[in-house]
Design a protein around this ligand. Structure first.
Ligand code: FE2
Length: 160
């Protein structure tokens, strides 16, 4: 049997399953990277009475989204699918478009975050369910992602 470097000793998953798992991770990865970029943008542009707590909180959120994206990308490689977290891939998958590069009031920042985190959470839940049919170890990564996103959503919507 011929093996190529890097493809030997992959987890015992079928080719179809492996590709499907990779697609679920890729879709989640670009959304988490997008959140981290939007979060940093809002960290810079937020204005208003809640500037300081939001400015600081946004860096916490960005750190969380970056960590989660790393976990997703690395699990994808572990099952044998190389992910693409580059700007071009993130941009191609982005349906929302950019937020305005301008002063954004604190309330508008929270509303924007609630909307975006809610959308990503909803899609992550669907992908988590799908991974449950394919590979529980991969599903576990999206369970971790979803738990973090839904906790963030609770704390964000409490500020509206
Ligand atoms: Fe900063």
């Amino acid at each position: 049997m011929t093996t190529t470097p890097g493809s030997a000793h992959l987890p015992a998953l079928g080719t179809h399953e492996r590709e499907e798992i990779g697609r679920q991770f890729q879709a989640t990865l670009v959304e988490l990277v997008d959140l981290s970029l939007v979060g940093k943008q809002l960290h810079w542009t937020v204005v208003g009475p809640l500037f300081r707590p939001l400015h600081l909180y946004l860096d916490e959120l960005v750190a969380s989204w970056r960590e989660l994206s790393d976990a997703v990308a690395e699990r994808s490689v572990a099952v044998g699918v190389f992910p693409d977290g580059q700007a071009s891939a993130v941009s191609a998958a982005d349906e929302d478009g950019p937020i305005e590069a301008a002063a954004t009031t604190d309330h508008a920042v929270v509303a924007e975050l609630v909307r975006r985190v809610a959308e990503v959470s909803e899609r992550t839940r669907t992908r988590m369910d799908r991974l449950g049919e394919l590979d529980l170890a991969s599903q576990d990564v999206l369970i971790e992602v979803l738990r973090a996103l839904e906790e963030q959503l609770w704390m964000l919507r409490s500020q509206l």
